[in-house]
Design a protein around this ligand. Structure first.
Ligand SMILES: *Cc1c(COP(=O)(O)O)cnc(C)c1O
Length: 403
């Protein structure tokens, strides 16, 4: 039986390499099912998942709330076309605006798509009210997506010369440097766009004083403050939205990842003042499609109703405490994070090795940079699961990093 399954995996991997476009280095395993914080591959190996679908499976894998609503909505209405309003779309927009500082929502399917919408909204505002200003300032080491415009917005050095020519009109400045931002803003600027906590960059958060002075700077120049909360939104950092940590109200916010709990879903939210699109400026075949709307609503309601944000705060603090307790043994430094978006530095650039050794022991962690390890478990994670993670991680670190 076991060998038959194993043979099956080999065949699947051969087929994968033959027919799937190569865009990422993936390990030689095939994921088959998931439940809660665990994933299983086609050989029956079980993994404790602290990648969490890449900060996506906010309620864990295959939670009943999502499977139930998918079943219910799929027999009622899957897609009425973007030409019409539908019931879940209206209800979900109300849920998001009722629980945030924003007034209007545009729905999309991916984070990059929501960010494209935010960029277009800012440019439209610039065209209408700022004499055609179109430049958007973002942070060095930021990540905003993989479409051409969002790659251009992204402040990733490795992408600097990729897919030239880039979309024009983006400037990158060092994060948390007010003077650099002041110097970058010009008559040609229409917006500042930032992640409250840089996720892909390695979990580095904005200083409160910094974002507060950016709020002032944006007001003075009548330009938009856009927060990319694709990774930080929907409870991840211990608030429903990360901007709530800073006593600042942004003008525009984008959401994706955790909002769908695994279902492809994204949103662009803005204040009334920035509702500047005209018919035809923005759209998408799947914008506001009922199935996704119903799932998103179920996910957000579950997070609010079950107090999962409080769990994110509590368990996030527990992870930081447990990491701190093993830090000196394994020379871990810069243990950092907010809620359940956490990272630390290894003493050497052995992130890849830590990831693969953890995987062999049934633990999934992520290394966003060669010396960083990042953890982003579901908001439902328990202390017992964290203990299991720390035990496995310690075994690996004992081997990979000399004590
Ligand atoms: C993941 C991510 C994106 C891109 O989202 P996709 O759904 O992959 O397009 C954009 N911004 C941030 C901050 C992200 O973490």
């Amino acid at each position: 039986m076991v060998s038959e399954l194993k043979l099956d995996t080999e065949r699947l991997l051969q087929e994968a390499k033959k027919s799937i476009l190569y865009t990422a280095n993936r390990p030689n395993l095939v994921m088959e099912k998931g439940q809660g914080v665990y994933l299983w591959d086609t050989d029956g190996n079980k993994y404790l998942d602290f990648i969490g679908g890449w900060a996506v499976t906010s309620l864990g894998h295959c939670p009943e709330v999502i499977t139930r609503v998918l079943a219910q909505q799929s027999v009622k209405l899957i897609n009425a076309s973007p030409a019409f309003y539908n019931v879940p779309m209206i209800e979900f927009a109300k849920l998001l605006t009722d629980n945030s500082c924003f007034d209007k929502v545009f729905f999309a399917s991916t984070g990059a798509e929501a960010n494209e919408g935010a960029i277009k909204l800012a440019r439209k505002y610039g065209a209408k009210y700022l004499n055609g200003a179109y430049e958007i300032i973002t942070a060095i080491d930021s990540f905003h997506g993989r479409t051409l415009a969002t790659m251009s917005a992204t402040g990733k050095q490795k992408w600097e010369n990729l897919f030239e020519p880039k979309v024009q009109g983006f400037k990158h400045v060092p994060q948390n440097d007010v003077t650099a931002m002041q110097n970058a803003v010009s008559d040609n600027t229409c917006a500042i766009m930032l992640e409250p906590v840089q996720g892909e960059g390695g979990v580095f958060e904005l200083d409160k004083a910094y974002i507060q002075s950016l709020r002032k700077l944006c007001n003075e120049n009548n330009i938009l403050l856009i927060v990319d909360e694709v990774q930080t939104g929907i409870g991840r950092t211990g608030k429903l939205f990360a901007y709530e940590h800073y006593d600042v109200e942004p003008d525009v916010m984008t959401l994706a990842k955790g909002i769908g709990g695994g279902y492809p879903l994204a949103a662009l939210l803005c204040k009334e003042k920035f509702d500047v699109f005209e018919a035809g400026d923005q759209g998408g075949t799947y914008s506001g499609q009922p199935l996704g709307m119903a799932v998103g609503m179920a996910v957000v309601n579950e997070i609010i109703d079950k107090n999962l944000i409080e769990n994110a705060v509590k368990q996030g603090a527990y992870i930081l405490q447990q990491l701190t307790s093993i830090a000196s043994r394994f020379q871990l430094t810069n243990i950092r994070g907010k809620g359940l978006l956490i990272a630390f530095d290894l003493p050497t650039e052995k992130g890849g090795e830590v990831v693969s050794e953890c995987q062999k022991r049934g633990l999934l962690v992520n290394s966003p940079r060669p010396a960083y390890i990042r953890l982003m478990p579901p908001l439902t994670v328990t202390s017992r699961e964290i203990d299991e993670m720390i035990a496995k991680l310690s075994e690996v670190l004992a081997e990979v990093v000399s004590e």
